[in-house]
Ligand binder design. Structure first.
Ligand SMILES: C[S@@+](CC[C@H](N)C(=O)[O-])C[C@H]1O[C@@H](n2cnc3c(N)ncnc32)[C@H](O)[C@@H]1O
Length: 202
């Protein structure tokens, strides 16, 4: 396997894609936004070969690192795209295609004047709900207490989202949960790790 088998060209905005067509066979589809160096993706892909995983990462070097990592391990159920996940979810992804959405340590943009750059804005949230199958799950984790409260405020108020238990081995966390790259660093530093999960209502 080579990096080119994993790293796909990003679609232009407003061009609809069929993510399952990127894989040799169909299966449940999960999306990780801001996959970074791909620690979560790699462990998830290896423990659940039946799941198709798409990772979106904006930073070019990190994105290539993650794709190369998947190729070196020979996991064929991961595809990675270098693009803006907010645009991807709002304009490229089809409705009700995801069984799970993973967002671990999204950039917190702590300064008030930068809050508009945060991922969890209403247009993104509405689009991500549309892209999630009824019964599909969102798993979110951050070390940033104020951003965690911001996210919860918006998602708790969404009529199509219902909070559920985070620790569900079918969707990642479980005995084989290896954590994400940032989680490992922040845990070592003793920072708090906040987690929440939601299910899309019908
Ligand atoms: C703090 S890091 C966390 C990486 C990884 N999830 C982890 O927990 O180790 C946030 C990542 O999200 C990426 N990112 C931020 N905004 C993004 C966007 N709009 N689309 C795609 N990736 C984004 C950044 O480049 C960065 O790699």
């Amino acid at each position: 396997m080579s990096i080119d088998d994993v790293l796909l060209p990003a679609p232009e905005a407003d061009v609809a894609v069929d993510p399952l067509a990127w894989f040799a066979s169909p299966g449940p589809l999960e999306l990780e936004i801001g996959c970074g160096k791909g620690r979560f993706l790699l462990h998830r892909a290896r423990s659940r070969p039946d799941v198709r995983l798409v990772g979106i990462e904006w930073a070019n070097k990190i994105c290539r690192y993650a794709a190369d990592r998947m190729a070196r391990w020979g996991v064929d159920n991961v595809r990675i795209l270098r693009t803006d996940a907010s645009v991807f979810v709002q304009t490229n992804l089809p409705e009700a295609c995801l069984t799970a959405l993973h967002v671990y340590h999204p950039d917190p943009w702590p300064k008030k004047r930068h809050h508009k750059r945060r991922l969890f804005q209403p247009p993104f949230i509405d689009a991500a709900v549309r892209c999630t199958q009824p019964g599909g799950r969102w798993l979110i984790q951050t070390d940033h207490t104020e951003y965690f409260a911001w996210i919860r405020e918006r998602l708790d108020a969404h009529l199509q989202l219902q909070e559920i238990e985070f620790d569900d081995p079918r969707f990642g966390p479980g005995e084989d949960w290896a954590g994400t790259n940032f989680e490992v660093i922040y845990q070592r530093e003793g920072r708090p790790i906040h987690r929440v999960a939601y299910e899309r209502r019908c």
